[in-house]
Design a protein around this ligand. Structure first.
Ligand code: ATP
Ligand code: MG
Length: 494
């Protein structure tokens, strides 16, 4: 009896403000005395139109408008709940395309059942909550997995000129996560809607959309949404990380994110700094990058790997945004426009690309077969340069050139055809045994394309051993050598 007497219905405290000024995606609002930075507000006139608090003083609040601003009018009421901005997350979001406030924008069921909410501006895990990165993140790109290995929880920047295959590398990494228990998030910022549709189609066709969430803010979305998209993408990734799983987030791309933030900041009349970017752009991106990592066992052992993409102008990596991002990631994949035009694809420049977590996370077998590759390749490139002026070749040099040519053929790779770790080990082992440079280009093509299938038929045991131990023991090497010879005879490639 006593209980019912004192029971009160749950109630909600709402503050109400009024729109005083509107300018290109930004609203100046009076009222809302207890708002907080990064909080979501709702415009009263249009159901569901939201805004994000980005600046305030005693009298007024500035907010980015999320969505179309046309139907918001001066004098509209604005309401806020005093809670941090969170988006719905959950398993049912896999396979879906959502906008920057977590609402589905594909043409499937408009209501997604969620498993909870995640704050969009979550603080990154502290040092004590983290453990060192120890497991490899397999991208399926031969050059990366062998020479520039990346760990689960690492941040690796993809940097390069326009139209050189940046998106392709990130997409291939998503496609390669099939059956690897890595949940992917693809974040599209400021690009054309038609290009996004192509990417979604590629994910769908390869079955990768089943374990991927796409967060999209195309060029036609409001500036506020484009600004918000990468934070929402990391919140989605964090849902998987904090529930003890591995996640992978691609930001495509952060150059456009910086542009849109510059535009918004200039409208907010914040003072411009270098290249007219606001002073806090470094903080903005580094705060985002900090959210990746591997959690300790107490926090569930989940991880989040980041592939931010950034564009360069004519290969210049010293631009403000580009050099900022280079300094706040654990390495970069540098994509060279000239290599791409020479036909070496993926056009990864082995000289300028690094991974600071590096070979620590590679399996022993993979490390063994790839330890001299970078040097081999650099020497080959140097020789090629010298050969431009010299015509007569000694046999030693001719042999080195043949070897280098074979290597660049082995490392070449078509789009959306990721290669397994086992296949990389086998191919590079064959290269190390110096049996590939004697083949004709066609013969090499046959070897690269068919050797795995042949091994599965002729010698499945050796593959099984290699897959379980990831070590190239003496017996394994002998078995592989024997099978290679058999393959050469059977396919008549020599
Ligand atoms: P943007 O600057 O427009 O974002 P990008 O750098 O992301 O471009 P992609 O869109 O990935 O580049 O690729 C550009 C073109 O190059 C595409 O047509 C793609 O099919 C082709 N391409 C990329 N990688 C390869 C490859 N490994 N082999 C063959 N073609 C490739
Ligand atoms: Mg791209």
């Amino acid at each position: 009896m006593k209980d019912t007497l004192f029971k009160i219905e749950p109630f909600e405290i709402k503050e109400v403000g009024v729109v005083k000024e509107l300018k290109r995606g930004i609203a100046r609002i009076e009222g809302l005395p207890s708002c907080i930075y990064g909080q979501l507000i709702e415009f009263g006139d249009v159901t569901g139109r939201k805004g994000l608090v980005v600046d305030f003083n005693e009298k007024e609040v500035m907010a980015f408008i999320l969505g179309d601003e046309k139907d918001i009018k001066l004098g509209s009421t604005v309401t806020s709940r005093n809670e941090v901005f969170s988006i719905p997350v959950g398993e049912n979001f896999l396979g879906r395309v959502i906008n920057a406030i977590g609402e589905p924008i594909d043409d499937r069921n408009p209501h997604i059942e969620n498993n909870g909410f995640c704050p969009v501006f979550r603080r990154s895990p502290g040092v004590l909550d983290r453990v060192p990165i120890s497991e490899q993140f397999h991208t399926g790109t031969k050059i990366l997995d062998s020479v520039i290995p990346i760990g689960r929880g690492q941040r690796e920047l993809i940097i390069g000129d326009r139209q050189t295959g940046k998106t392709t590398i990130a997409l291939d990494a998503i496609i390669n996560q099939k059956d690897k228990n890595v949940f992917c998030v693809y974040c599209w910022i400021g690009g054309a809607h038609s290009s996004l549709m192509k990417i979604i189609r590629a994910l769908e066709e390869t079955g990768a959309l089943d374990y991927t969430v796409v967060v999209a803010a195309s060029a036609s979305s409001s500036a506020g949404e484009q600004y918000l998209a990468p934070y929402v993408a990391s919140a989605v990734g964090e849902y998987f990380m904090y529930s003890g799983r591995d996640s992978f987030v691609v930001f495509d791309d952060l150059t456009k994110h910086a542009w849109i933030y510059r535009e918004l900041s200039l409208l907010l009349e914040r003072s411009p700094g270098r290249e007219a970017y606001p002073g806090d752009i470094f903080y903005l991106h580094s705060q985002l990058m900090e959210r990746a990592g591997r959690l300790n066992a107490e926090k569930g052992s989940g991880s989040m790997t980041f592939f931010p993409i950034v564009e360069t102008l004519q290969g210049d990596i010293t631009g403000y945004i580009q050099s900022n991002l280079v300094s706040m990631t654990d390495g970069q994949i540098y994509i060279s426009g000239s290599l791409f035009h020479e036909g070496f694809k993926p056009a990864i420049d082995l000289g300028l690309s690094v991974s600071r977590i590096g070979s620590k996370v590679q399996s022993e077998a993979l490390r063994e077969v790839s330890d001299t590759l970078r040097l081999d390749y650099a020497q080959y490139k140097e020789l090629l340069r010298l050969m431009r002026v010299k015509t007569k070749l000694s046999t030693e040099i001719a042999e080195k050139l043949r070897r280098g040519e074979a290597l660049s053929r082995i490392l070449g790779q078509d789009t959306h055809q990721p290669v397994s770790e086992l296949a990389i080990i086998i191919l590079l082992y064959a290269f190390k045994r110096k049996i590939l440079e004697i083949l004709s280009p066609e013969g090499l093509g046959i070897f690269c394309g068919q050797i795995m299938g042949y091994l599965e038929e002729a010698n499945p045991q050796v593959l099984k051993n290699l897959a379980s131990q990831k070590v190239l023991s003496v017996e394994t090497k002998q078995e592989l050598d024997r099978t290679f010879v058999e393959f050469f005879r059977a396919k008549k490639v020599i």
